[in-house]
Design a binder for this molecule. Structure first.
Ligand code: ADP
Length: 445
């Protein structure tokens, strides 16, 4: 990462500095030569006028050599004069006379000479002295050197800054890399530090969130394994005990054998329910709980559940009462799922209410919701357990055996089913025996 960033910086710096140096060099030489020309201009503007005068008087360039030499001394620069055909007719450097201007290089700046009516009669060239040319070249060379040096210094500073920047960009990524490696090794509490508000900080935040959910998933996996193995072991041990008794002949008479089969049947039922519940919890957690919605009359929903739960209430000696508000609108639900939620709540109420107690189910409209409230007169739920009661595998009294309770999945399933409908489920309890608990399910109409 650092290397790639640094390489990109280097390319960027090299291109920028080279381009900048090239542009500055071209611009400097251009400006300098125009400066030099301007300099000579001021001295040389009068030359074409002067020579034009000569031509006007003489009608020819013959004999102008002397004037050229005088003028050259006057402005202290070499002068060359060519006729209208480009033939050199007079020059400070005598050896040029007779040559064509196209054959001689670097004559200097050209000034055309024209007669009053615009007829071109020749060109005067004003050159630079050798000393001046050397000075110009030396000046340009020193400017170029300074530019190169400046470019080099700028490039070095940019590379240094680039290296620091690249490191500061890559530091959080390196940290994340290390954290990811630790998580991969099973250290799920590893987090990266968050700094700033840029994209890297957002990435770090997302990374920490991911680490958090991996941690809770890992915790869930551990809980699941330990809870399931615990919940499986008890009924399997019971079944094995009866099987061994039957096999060894210890359970010999018909009545004991019937009791043993009934007990094993109960345990198998419990195991089947456990597996079914686990399936549902897993589906709910994976967000794969399909809902088959239809408009259901509230009385149908309540009566269905009450019919199913009544045998348990009767066995337990607990009375079941319902109070349904009149003219409730139908509700759009997956009947099976809401029946199950209500069933689980009622079943808990009956289980936790001693014989002679009462369960009341109140059904009302509350705002835009259908409110199903189940109030029991049982042992109640201590305040410290209330926030956890809907968590999977959570049991107020883990030591309670299965005949009195389930695997701690009933309320987790009720919660998943209700929230899948966009509804809520909550409990209120004073935690006082006899005053019981009140579970409320709210479902949007
Ligand atoms: P379980 O399968 O153990 O009943 P639940 O998820 O249905 O699991 O309930 C979780 C825990 O909440 C139970 O272990 C129980 O202690 C407590 N609980 C649920 N309903 C009631 C209630 N009506 N009265 C008292 N305690 C309750």
């Amino acid at each position: 990462m650092v290397r790639r960033l640094l390489f990109s910086y280097l390319v960027l710096i090299a291109v920028t500095v080279t381009l900048l140096a090239g542009i500055v060099y071209l611009e400097t030489t251009r400006t300098f030569s125009s400066y030099v020309n301007d300099q000579s201009n001021t001295h040389s503007e009068m030359l074409p006028v002067m020579f034009n005068g000569y031509y006007a008087v003489n009608g020819t360039w013959d004999g102008i050599q002397k004037d050229i030499e005088d003028a050259s001394i006057l402005i202290n620069l070499p002068i060359t004069l060519a006729d209208h055909e480009g033939q050199i007719v007079a020059a400070t450097r005598l050896n040029l006379v007779g040559q064509s201007v196209s054959a001689v290089s670097d004559l200097g700046q050209a000034f055309p000479i024209e007669e009053g009516d615009g007829i071109h009669i020749g060109t005067v060239y004003v050159g630079r002295t050798l000393a001046q040319q050397r000075a110009d070249e030396a000046f340009l060379a020193s400017v170029t050197r300074s530019q190169l040096l400046a470019g080099l210094v700028v490039a070095l500073i940019a590379v240094g800054l680039g290296a620091i920047l690249a490191r500061s960009f890559s530091r959080p990524l390196t940290e994340m890399n290390r954290a990811a490696a630790k998580i991969a090794q099973g250290d799920y509490s590893t987090r990266v530090s968050l700094q700033g508000k840029d994209e890297i900080a957002e990435l770090a935040f997302a990374f920490n969130q991911m680490a958090e959910s991996i941690k809770s998933l890992e915790q869930l996996r551990r809980d699941l394994v330990s809870n399931i193995s615990h919940d499986l072991r008890t009924p399997l041990t019971v079944i094995r005990g009866y099987l061994e008794g039957l096999h060894s002949g210890q359970i010999a008479d018909r009545r004991s054998a019937e009791m043993a089969f009934e007990a094993m049947h109960n345990e198998v039922n419990f195991l089947l329910k456990l597996v079914g519940d686990l399936n549902q919890v897993a589906a709910a957690e994976a967000g794969a709980l399909p809902l088959y919605l239809s408009l259901i009359e509230v009385s149908v929903l309540v009566d269905n559940v009450l019919d199913r739960i009544r045998p348990l209430a009767n066995t337990k000696g607990v009375a079941l009462n319902k109070k349904i508000a009149p003219e409730l609108p139908a509700v759009n639900i997956d009947l099976e799922r809401i029946e199950q939620a209500l069933f689980n709540v009622l079943e808990n109420g009956i289980r936790h209410t001693p014989a002679g107690g009462t369960i009341v189910i109140n059904v009302n409209q509350a705002g835009g919701n259908l409110e199903l409230a189940v109030h029991d007169t049982g042992e109640g739920i201590p305040a410290e357990h209330i926030p956890h009661i809907f968590e999977r595998f959570y049991r107020v009294d883990p030591a309670r055996n299965q005949s009195e309770g389930g695997a701690g999945l009933g309320l987790a399933i009720a919660h998943a089913n209700v929230t899948a409908h966009g509804g809520t489920i909550f409990v209120e309890s004073a935690g006082v025996s006899g005053q019981g608990s009140k579970f409320t399910i709210l479902l949007p109409f």
